[in-house]
Design a protein around this ligand. Structure first.
Ligand code: FAD
Length: 400
């Protein structure tokens, strides 16, 4: 979408300049011009007394409105890694079921790679249909074949909603699919809802550095595509006796110019950085006072078979890379155990971890807000408490 000025109507009054929050409009030779800073907020549209600002016609109605109704069904792209379906797929099937029920339509999963047995599992997790392609081309992840086959299937079956995980895989190839289909994609959603009558998907995600939650709609294009952060939605119900249809898809004609030779897991000093799937996370904040503090947390994480997270303050200090950040502008996590060490509990941190099953807070300030979110609170110096924990765990493990 973009905006344009009808030069025959514009009087150069500057009313649009006053309302533009981005200083994107200038008056040149007596008429307004919308510049590169325009964020398409559309505040200027209603401000113009002459009605000279409008949406470009060529951007309107990618799908004529009467055709929108022919797009039906909710699809979940079930990503797999090394032949195993990622847990985010089960969360999306849980959420997809709610959307499909609200619209009185079917819920389908799409699985490329993995096994037919995995496809059958997706039915038990709530899918009515599974479009399954077990071709070898999908063994290691590559954007091109995934984008090509998914686009082909969407064009043929016309689902109104397509969801995928906001993971490295989903974020990588879903934009290609959206571009091919000339439709919108809302990345990194934290909640979804649907208007039952219009079928418009209400896609909510943090915007402007996490300062607001934006609800984004794609009312004129189908399908409506969104990636959703892992661990934000609860998994659906697993029913062993559930029946559904598995539709085998042929990958004939699907090509890949790249080939995955090897996959190497990202680890840092033996600590996995895949926070979103970790059962145990030991997080550190400014209270650690330096890089060295994280070495202590890594040791605790190793003993608990967990991984290390961090507050933004610790990341900003350069004590640990951004990929460890938990919170509004970092990762949303939901482990079984979250231990917050020297973290005050600012709301921007809490939103990323407060749905953890058990939260343990270690902080020397008894008034720290983290204690209100904690299941167990330890008021004390982390430099005493954490070494004691490490000592106890080592003793339990026979001195390892
Ligand atoms: C738009 C926006 C987005 C943001 N996104 C994020 C985000 O994604 N994630 C995030 O974490 N923050 C985020 N923030 C920053 C957030 O507001 C806080 O500034 C940040 O979380 C504070 O980090 P902290 O708790 O480590 O540091 P502090 O608030 O400085 O807290 C340090 C804590 O350590 C305790 N402490 C000190 N020494 C010890 C000791 N020896 N033993 C025990 N306890 C000790 C102190 O009592 C204190 O409670 C964001 C802010 C904004 C404005």
């Amino acid at each position: 979408m973009s905006l344009k000025i009808d030069k025959t109507k514009c009087m150069g009054c500057g009313a649009c300049i006053t309302v533009c929050p981005y200083d994107a409009i200038v008056i040149e030779e007596g008429v307004a011009r919308i510049g590169e800073y325009c964020q398409l907020c559309q505040a200027c549209l209603s401000s113009c007394p002459e009605g000279a600002i409008m949406e470009r016609k060529e951007d309107q109605a990618a799908v004529p409105s009467e055709d929108l109704a022919s797009w039906r069904g909710v699809w979940v792209f079930a990503e797999q890694r090394e032949g195993r379906v990622a847990p985010v797929a089960f969360e999306l099937l849980g959420e997809g079921r709610k959307l499909a029920s609200a619209r009185g339509t079917e819920l389908s999963a799409v699985l490329f790679g993995a096994s037919r047995n995995d496809a059958a599992e997706l039915v038990k997790w709530g899918a009515d249909k599974v479009y399954y392609c077990g071709d070898d081309i999908f063994r290691g992840f590559a954007d091109e074949p995934n984008a090509e086959l998914l686009s082909r299937l969407i064009s043929k079956h016309k689902p109104e909603v397509v969801l995928a995980g906001a993971t490295a895989i989903g974020r990588s190839f879903l934009p290609r699919v959206a571009a091919r289909l000339k439709t919108g994609l809302t990345a990194d959603c934290t909640s979804l809802d649907i208007e039952t009558d219009t079928g418009n998907l209400i896609q909510t995600r943090p915007a402007y550095g996490g300062n607001i939650m934006a609800s984004i709609l794609s009312p004129r294009t189908r399908p409506q595509m969104a990636t959703v952060r892992p661990k934000v939605m609860k998994t659906g119900r697993y029913e062993t006796g559930r029946h559904g249809e598995i539709i085998d898809i042929d990958a004939a004609g699907i090509k890949a110019r790249t080939r995955v030779l090897e996959t190497i897991k990202a680890t840092e000093s033996g600590v996995n950085v895949n926070l979103q799937e970790a059962d145990v996370i030991i997080s550190g904040g400014r209270g650690l006072k330096g890089k060295e503090g994280f070495e202590m947390l890594k040791e605790l994480a190793r003993l608990l078979n967990g991984t290390v997270g961090a507050s933004r303050a610790a990341v900003d200090e350069g004590w640990i890379p951004y990929c460890h950040q938990v919170g509004q502008t970092g990762k949303t996590v939901c482990p079984k155990l979250y231990i917050a060490c020297g973290i005050s509990g600012a709301v921007q941190h809490l939103v990323g971890m407060q749905s953890s099953d058990v939260i343990v807070a270690i902080n020397k300030n008894p008034e720290a807000p983290i204690f209100s979110a904690a299941t167990y609170g330890l008021v004390g110096d982390l430099n005493e408490v954490v070494p004691l924990l490490i000592k106890k765990l080592r003793e339990r493990k026979g001195g390892q």
